[in-house]
Write a protein that binds this ligand. Structure first.
Ligand code: KIV
Length: 265
């Protein structure tokens, strides 16, 4: 059966067909357009935008308004790739009504679903799903819980964390999420979670035993200003490329070399 390309059905089909799914975050039109052109399977407008593009120390200050603005650019670049928008801190926790309204705003902009952290606000998560909105879960390291957890930690090094994390995955599956992101989880626990549930799990720092990978685009492109989690592989050094290009431009203007005849009407 053929599904409309921007729906999450294609992602689910990849699991049935045993194909790995590739996800990447994007926060603007140009990156989304390139991801779309090369056939990345799905794009996350992550609230990591707060740290990557707004200079915040955590994702906590990111607002609905911020997320809607960045999502607008991404959905325009991604014409055939499902875009999942991240529900920022306090956008879905307060009540089912608030959760539906906020999730609905992303859908009306052109997103294909929303992602949210944790397995604690189940009534609100169910309300979003009952409204017809696909929801992706996210467990393990949940940056929106930074102040409760006291920092960014790997989950599963202590055996007592296993039961709670497996339980969270089951709770989310039972309430109807279509997939779950596993972030910073030891591979043995990842394997166990995947055995216990049947929906796709996508890993970020969770090893290979998953249905696909997702990375933060700034880490992949080398635009994270020295911050590099162990799991993130850097495929380019955009920081250096941009630094060199802008320095060259500055130098040429200062020396009167730009604009030359080629760049003058
Ligand atoms: O906000 C984000 O980019 C995320 C990913 C780390 C999964 O939630």
């Amino acid at each position: 059966m053929e599904y409309s390309p921007t729906t999450i059905r294609n992602l689910l089909k990849k699991k049935e067909d045993n194909e790995l799914v590739v996800g990447i975050t994007a926060y603007n039109y140009s990156i989304a357009r390139i991801a779309d052109e090369i056939g990345i399977d799905w794009i996350l407008v992550g609230d990591s935008v707060g740290m990557c593009e707004m200079g915040y120390p955590t994702t906590i200050p990111v607002t609905m308004e911020d997320m809607l603005t960045f999502t607008k650019g991404v959905v325009r670049g991604a014409t055939k790739t499902p875009v999942i928008a991240d529900m920022p801190f306090l956008s879905f926790q307060t009540s089912p009504e608030e959760a539906i309204k906020n999730a609905g705003k992303f859908m009306q902009l052109g997103a294909s679903g929303v992602k949210l952290e944790g397995a604690k606000n189940i009534r609100n998560i169910e309300a979003i799903i009952h409204a017809g909105i696909p929801v992706m879960g996210h467990i393990g390291l949940n940056p929106q819980y930074y102040f409760q957890t006291g920092g960014y930690r790997v989950t599963g090094k202590k055996k007592k964390e296993w039961e709670e994390t497996i339980q969270s995955a089951k709770i989310l599956e039972n309430c109807g999420v279509f997939s779950i992101i596993l972030e910073s989880i030891v591979p043995e626990l990842t394997r166990e979670i995947r055995r216990e549930i049947s929906i796709p799990v996508y890993g970020i720092g969770a090893g290979k035993d998953v249905d696909g990978q997702i990375l933060v685009v700034n880490d992949v492109l080398g635009l994270s200003f020295g911050f590099k989690p162990k799991f993130a592989k850097q495929y380019a050094n955009l920081e250096k490329i941009i630094h060199n290009a802008l320095s060259q431009y500055k130098k040429e203007v200062e020396e009167g070399k730009f604009p030359d005849s080629e760049h003058t009407y």
